[in-house]
Ligand binder design. Sequence first.
Ligand SMILES: *[C@@H]1O[C@H](CO)[C@@H](O)[C@H](O)[C@H]1NC(C)=O
Ligand SMILES: *[C@@H]1O[C@H](CO)[C@@H](O)[C@H](O)[C@H]1NC(C)=O
Length: 378
Amino acid sequence: MAFSAFQLRFVQLLLVVLGVAFILFQLPSTHKETAPTQEVWGDPGDNFDDIRNETLGVQKVFAINLASRPDKRDNIVLGSSVSNFHVEWIDGVTPDEIDNKSYPYNWNHDQKRTEYAARRAHVNGLQRIVQERLTSAIIMEDDADWDVSLKLQLQSFAHAVRALQSQDTQKIPTQSPYGDDWDILWLGHCGLSCKTDLPFYLTPNDPTIPMPRHFRPLWRDSPIFEGHERPDHSRLVCTASDGVCSMFYAVSYRGAQRILAALSVNPSGLAEEINIGAQFDISLGRMCGNGYLRCFAPFPSITGGFRQAGSKAKSSDINDETGEQAGFSSSGVMYSTMLNINRILKGERTVHATWDDVDVLDVIPGDITMKQGAIYGI
Ligand SMILES: *[C@@H]1O[C@H](CO)[C@@H](O)[C@H](O)[C@H]1NC(C)=O
Ligand SMILES: *[C@@H]1O[C@H](CO)[C@@H](O)[C@H](O)[C@H]1NC(C)=O
């Protein structure tokens, strides 16, 4: 939903990209590409396996969808079905459904009413997590796409975030396979900056990372990704200080309570420190940045976005877009679930990469493997 909104935020995105460049500059030049050899599965009893369950290791997975867009609901229902996880729905919100009285006092009315409606849908999701006392949940927007290896990617990510939360990697978290001390896991974004004074984690040889030239359009020409130290095939995980686009994230119960407080119940506590009268993703980034929330994120983003063929207007429910007809496309994902739907349903053994210029064009999903990485900057 927020996809095309980031055109409006070019400057913000630039700042974010510069933040990432900063941390990439700081990566140790001698780090070992091949040293860690342990597979990411883990041992029985250490609960990494829970991530492969019907709800990706959190208690519920929600997707936000407007009643007027059953086409997008079809995508998520079918995609999650072939990926073996279960999605529940949060109704999207239209501006007409929002009484003017219900805007928080600090909402910046220069922004579009559709942007508040989109934020309200996310807040409704957080409200539901608190209402249902969910230990943790995932919220996605309905134009999400993910790799066929999503569960393995999430297991790999869990190794990283657990290491960043507790340097005692033998300690098994009790609340969540992703660790017990986080508010947000920002799994799907279109820009990120990291807290560079804190350690970060690097997972080498991840076969599902798109090359930088395939990053979202605004990044493609960005020189700062060239020739720097994050090897192209390594995934970085850091404590996030900002992010753009709230396409796919996990939130803990504590995180949902805190965001509900900050964006609705009593914004004044935080509004004095940071401006949170903004779109959901921008407000979220600010809450991560000032330490109100403890946020972790991968770079590049794990999940991506899917666009159906047809007029450009189909893609965003926030902005009115006009433009040429276009084909099906996916961004940010190497082995796209959505683009491979027909192959998967036909029972073909392999899936096809989103781009032709990759190391492995056709892969058997079960053959994708990931090794554990290592923490740096302690
Ligand atoms: C999946 O794993 C999480 C984390 O252990 C757990 O809270 C949740 O109940 C599990 N869900 C299912 C459907 O098994
Ligand atoms: C609510 O506010 C918007 C813009 O601030 C205005 O256009 C609209 O007429 C208002 N609706 C009502 C019912 O007062």
